[in-house]
Design a protein around this ligand. Sequence first.
Ligand code: COA
Length: 299
Amino acid sequence: MSSTNRVPPPPVPDPTKIFQRGLFKGKVVLATGGGSGIVMEMVKALMQLGADAIIISRSKEKIESSAADLSRETGQKCVGFSADVRSPAQLKEAVDNGVKELGKIDFVICGAAGNFLAPISALSENAFKTVIDIDTLGTYNTVKATMEHVKRTHGAYIHVSATLHYRGLIYQAHASAAKAAVDALSQVIAVELGPFGVRSNIVAPGAIMGTVGMNKLSKKKDGEDQMGEAMLGRWGEKSDISSIACYLFSDAGAWITGQKFVVDGGELHMPPQMTSGNFPYPQAVVDPASVVGLIKSRL
Ligand code: COA
């Protein structure tokens, strides 16, 4: 904490304490990439609030063990199927099997993603295409495999995107292009499926602790550098993302579609001079008198 005037970080949300128990009773959520990380945590929160779940990822062993964990921890039904989102046939089979077990699909989380750091000079055409195939085509394939089910229930989609592509980010040409396309796709889904009572929104997480993305894309260990200071005073937690999923899938989100929700503690609005240390942030705002040499205005 760089200044005693600064208030403590906001609490880490617990969706089960914010939202009413039984909120999603009778609902079924299907999630790709649902066997780990942020997406598994989103599914868990929806299940704790009453939903049953179909989760899909590539590894059969991992997805079946994650489904068993989710059922045990929440007391709800969860079935896991292995499928590569790049394969429409595998996805269709997983969706059909899921519907056979749980009867229907109300909500879909398109969460499967692949990423790594590489400059364009070291990115082969196949490497670029691989990430486009997983993120963009994978989202498209998931929508194609589920949309008739979701039309029947007047349900909703959440696509887990990113903020990488809002600016130019080095080593992220592949993922930036892929996620920009996912954002565009979500808007078209919102418009094409709106008349069928289906909503589609984007959730774009910032830096979330304890995720593959954070471990792969950052050298920082949990809360170790000053970004925690520069934003709302802490890094993101998976439950920050679960909470917005509960909000968007609940009736509170009934009139929200075709939108993007950035959940990053304000990081996107931090100008580089703040994080590079030229301005001692947050000290400069919570105690301007202490940095009076930097500014010419009257305090
Ligand atoms: N730098 C540069 N190129 C890389 C790379 C890296 N770190 N990792 C993989 N590639 C390239 C490979 O060399 C290959 O290209 P080539 O055929 O020209 O050599 C291409 O990407 C495909 O790699 P492959 O390992 O065959 O693909 P895959 O389907 O098994 O794996 C990944 C896909 C690479 C995206 C893998 O990281 C993945 O599946 N991750 C899933 C989880 C994840 O990353 N989540 C992150 C969320 S932010």
